[in-house]
Ligand binder design. Structure first.
Ligand code: NAG
Length: 353
């Protein structure tokens, strides 16, 4: 067993021993049994995972901010960020096209709420639709009124509001980009008021090595990183081509095979250190919320270890999941914390048991 799974199983065991049977009215602590959100203390909500544990328990609804936990004076690539896959495909979001939506969802709360809960990477699928740029799932390669979620501008404005209200935070957008209209993306970013936060492509670290310091990015107000999947847009629109800067494992079911961490075809090999950022996907091709809490716990931890080994001993910078709130025992808080300490090699003293 790698030491990440090992360490986390120790923490989970420690949590399991401490279930306090009788609590209510905001007095329940992490992992206590509960019957409604109101039972749980601040920062927690009442959650059940029928396949993982019996009854309902209070789990964390937010993750620790890495810049507050350590400090923000390290290079950007030294930190790890919780990332939502298809952040825009939100369960229960009303139709914005007048036609009922017939497609899968991947998350359960708004992008604003995701950001407030500590998500710092957003994966968005952008399409030409209805004379504008929309966030959408495709059906046969195109956005349709029954697969569209919302105009991109709405979500981008939520991100602009978050960056304005949180002047020390950095948000990364990873676009699965199908927009063919020239400059349409740049236009919608401009209209959303995001250009003032733009981190310029020319400052991105090209041949491996460390990124600029977070404190420097904050001082310059260059706090929005945007990556596109269309290589020509780096030249034509100044939007970074994702795989020039990042390695990424296979997404969907192909990325969930235990003990294997394969790169997706657009990415160079995971151990290519000329790319300083590491993105690890861990979600099903067809998300199923009831079993996601199992995925987002043990399986994910094992995969992070496997991918660390495959990536030339590099821990993930971005951990991308579906239904990020669906997890065991508030594991993301620990996972992100430990990932960060591992990346900084501050956990070495723990490794000798
Ligand atoms: C920030 O944290 C790192 C890691 O603990 C440490 O090496 C560094 O000295 C700290 N920097 C400041 C300015 O506190």
């Amino acid at each position: 067993m790698g030491y990440l799974p090992c360490l986390l199983s120790v923490i989970i065991l420690a949590l399991c021993c401490c279930v306090d049977a009788a609590c209510s009215n905001g007095k329940c602590k992490l992992n206590d049994e509960c019957s409604s959100n109101g039972d749980c203390g601040p920062g927690l909500y009442c959650f059940s995972c029928p396949l993982g544990f019996s009854g309902s328990r209070c789990v964390r609804s937010s993750v620790t901010d890495p810049f507050k936990l350590i400090n923000n004076s390290l290079p950007f690539n030294k930190y790890a960020f919780l990332t939502t896959h298809n952040s825009f495909a939100i369960h229960g979001e009303p139709s914005n096209t007048g036609v009922p939506r017939v497609t899968i969802t991947n998350q359960e709360d708004s992008v604003t709420q995701q950001l407030k809960n500590g998500v710092r990477g957003l994966m968005l699928d952008t399409y030409d639709f209805d004379g504008d740029v929309w966030l959408c799932h495709s059906f046969r390669g195109h956005c349709h009124d029954f697969t569209a979620f919302e105009p991109a501008i709405d979500t981008l404005k939520e991100i602009a509001a978050f960056l304005s209200a949180n002047p020390k935070e950095i948000v990364t957008l990873i676009l699965d980009d199908y927009v063919e209209t020239p400059k349409a993306l740049k236009k919608v970013f401009t209209e959303a008021g995001l250009m003032k936060f733009w981190f310029p492509v020319m400052r991105m670290t090209k041949k491996g090595g460390d990124w600029p310091l977070v404190s420097d990015m904050v001082a310059k107000n260059q706090r929005l990183l945007v990556f596109t999947s269309i290589s020509s847009k780096q030249q034509s629109e100044g939007i970074a081509y994702q795989w020039n800067y990042m390695v990424e494992n296979q997404y969907g079911d192909g990325g969930r095979k235990a003990g294997r961490c394969l790169h997706r075809k657009e990415s160079s090999a995971l151990d290519d250190k000329s790319r300083s950022l590491v993105l690890i996907n861990y979600f099903r091709t067809f998300p199923l919320k009831p079993i996601t809490c199992e995925d987002n716990s043990g399986g994910l931890i094992d995969m992070l270890q496997t991918c660390h080994d495959a990536a030339g001993n590099r821990w993930a910078n971005y951990v991308a999941v579906d239904y990020y709130k669906v997890e065991h025992f508030g594991i993301f808080s620990f996972l992100l914390l430990i990932l960060l300490l591992l990346k900084l090699k501050l956990l070495d003293s723990f490794m000798h048991y």
